[in-house]
Structures are given as C-alpha cells and as structure tokens.
Design a protein around this ligand. Structure first.
Ligand code: F6R
Length: 308
C-alpha cells in the first residue's frame, strides 16, 4: 500500500490489521516492508494539541479498558503530568458513572522513610488526587510500603502481589527529565525488578517543589523495576510541556540505553506515548505519527470528536 503524507510518498505496511511502518521517500516498498518486520514492535506516539487533550484522551483509554474489563489491573503513576488525567477520570466517574468498584490498583513507586500521612508520600498524593474521589475499594489498592523495616522483603512482597493478580493490564507512566520511568534512574538495569533506588540530583530537583524544597526530597524510593514495567500488557506514557521534549525524543527515537531507562519501552509489544505538541516538538517522525493516528483502525473510536 502506498500513500502520501504532506506530498511525500510513504510506503505503509500493515501487520495483523494494524498500520505498522512507513518507509521514507526514496526507500522502496520492499525495503520498508523489511524494516517494518525488523523493527516490530514500534512505540506508538500520539500527538495532541494541548495538555488537556492529552489528559482527556488518556482518560478515555482508561475508561474504555475499565468498561471492557471491570476488574482491570491498573498501574498508577504520580506527578504533575497525571493530575489532568486523574481529574478527568473523577469527572467520568461522577458524570458518566465510570465504575472502579472492581478495579485493582498498583502504584509504581513510593518514597522510602515517608509515612502514609506525610503529604510528600505518593500514597497520600494518589488518594487525594484520585482514589478518594472514585469508588475503588481499599482492599484493591496496592502500594509499596516505604516504611517497611525490611525493604528487600517489601519489594519481593510487591512483586508477588502483582504476580498473584495475573500482572498489570494497563500501566500509566510519566517520564522524568532524566529519562526515568517510575524511579528507574539512569543506569537502571533494563531487566530490573521492584527495588529501592537512589534518586539522581536531576530528580531531586524536579521533585523539590512537591516536597517543599530540595532539602525535603527523600533520597530513596521503592520503584517497580524496568523489567516489571515491561511485563504490563499495555504501557501508556504521557508527557506534556517543552521541558520534556528532548527526553521524549531520546526515549522514543534514540538508542536503547540504560542512560535513558524509558527507552526500554521500545522493547515493549504495546506501548503508546501520548504527548502534547510541546513535548513532541523534538520528534523527527512527527508527521508519520500524526498520519498513523489519523488512519490507524485501532483509534477509530477516539477520532470521533463527540467523545471529547
Ligand atoms: C512518579 C513517577 C515518575 C514521574 C515522572 C514525571 O510515580 O513514577 O516517573 O512520572 O517523574 O513527573 P512529572 O509528571 O511530575 O513531570
């Protein structure tokens, strides 16, 4: 199948009913087919005009998965990027009756040595931002315990709990300026499991406002490992704002490297990255990504403007 994007010839390859890769001008169709099969799977990038539309689309994806599977195992992330998505999920719960009663929640990470009542704790934040406002039942909420006396044992317990429920269906992710997912800082093993990890200075700086100054940012956190995250059936990474543009491009289009742990998502069979225009500004394949989103049958349901 040959088509054109903005006047440039593009060879489009479909695999299992999904558009998978287009070759660049000058690349023959045979060559682009070959590249498609070598590169499968690819990270799918969706560009949205604003942070609000990123949040709305992500919320619709979560809602759709939850409706299809009411006992969905949902992995949550914390951070500014998630705020809009959680606001939107609360709105869908209140106005459209989105039901979380059977949904099972696993949080990505938690600071070490910070109690659940401490406003810096992710447990506290995630309750305030989402869980207190929807009908999730407390026995379905799972977070690593950063106060556990034996952290290694706590990490093993958390991994075992994820296995016990059959793994994570949909994992939400943000990306740190240093390229982390969860608190998998640069040089994290791409096969790492849940463990306690020391924060890099960039992350300490990034989280300073949250904790009331750099000196109050805990220096260690328990985080699901890169390997743990890669086992989720679907990873949905969100990024907004121009300060994420460089790291998003390195994670999605750059080489696979432990210096950018988010680049490990290139190995994932189903990873969707939703960015606003600012966060997507440094991507070189932007036009290709736009074209894919407009034509991919899988996204037909959300191209209908009335959804938003
Ligand atoms: C938090 C987490 C982090 C953040 C990332 C982006 O649970 O896992 O990886 O998602 O640091 O943070 P924001 O959204 O605040 O830029």
């Amino acid at each position: 199948m040959v088509t054109a994007v903005h006047g440039k010839k593009l060879h489009v390859v479909k695999w299992r009913g999904r558009i998978r890769l287009a070759g660049w001008p000058g690349m023959g169709p045979l060559c682009s087919r070959f590249v498609a099969f070598v590169l499968l799977p690819i990270v799918e990038v969706i560009l949205q005009p604003t942070p609000e539309s990123v949040a709305r689309l992500a919320a619709r994806i979560v809602a759709r998965e939850l409706k299809a599977r009411p006992d969905l195992v949902l992995g949550l992330a914390t951070g500014r990027t998630m705020e809009g998505l959680y606001r939107e999920l609360i709105r869908l719960h209140r106005q459209e009756g989105l039901d979380f009663s059977r949904c099972r929640i696993f949080s990505l990470d938690e600071y070490v040595g910070v109690s659940a009542n401490d406003p810096r704790s992710f447990r506290h934040w995630i309750h305030e931002q989402l869980l207190c406002h929807v009908n999730v039942t407390s026995e379905n909420i799972h977070l690593p315990d950063g106060m556990a006396p034996d952290l290694e044992e706590e990490c093993r317990r958390y991994e075992a709990k994820i296995r016990e429920v059959g793994g994570i269906d949909l994992q939400l992710l943000g990306i740190g300026r240093a390229g982390h997912i969860g608190f998998n800082e640069p040089l994290s093993s791409l096969r790492s499991r849940t463990r306690a990890k020391a924060l890099t200075p960039v992350t300490v700086q990034q989280n300073a406002a949250w904790c009331g100054g750099e000196e109050h940012v805990p220096r260690r956190a328990i985080t699901m490992g890169v390997g743990t995250i890669l086992e989720a059936r679907w990873c949905l990474l969100l990024a907004v704002g121009m300060e994420k543009a460089e790291i998003v491009a390195r994670a999605v289009e750059g080489p696979l490297t432990s210096m950018v742990p988010a680049s490990a998502l290139q190995l994932h069979p189903r990873c969707t990255v939703i960015v606003d225009e600012a966060a997507g500004a440094r991507l070189t394949l932007k036009e290709y990504c736009r074209w894919l989103f407009e034509h991919e049958p899988e996204w037909e349901w959300c191209r209908n403007a009335s959804l938003f």
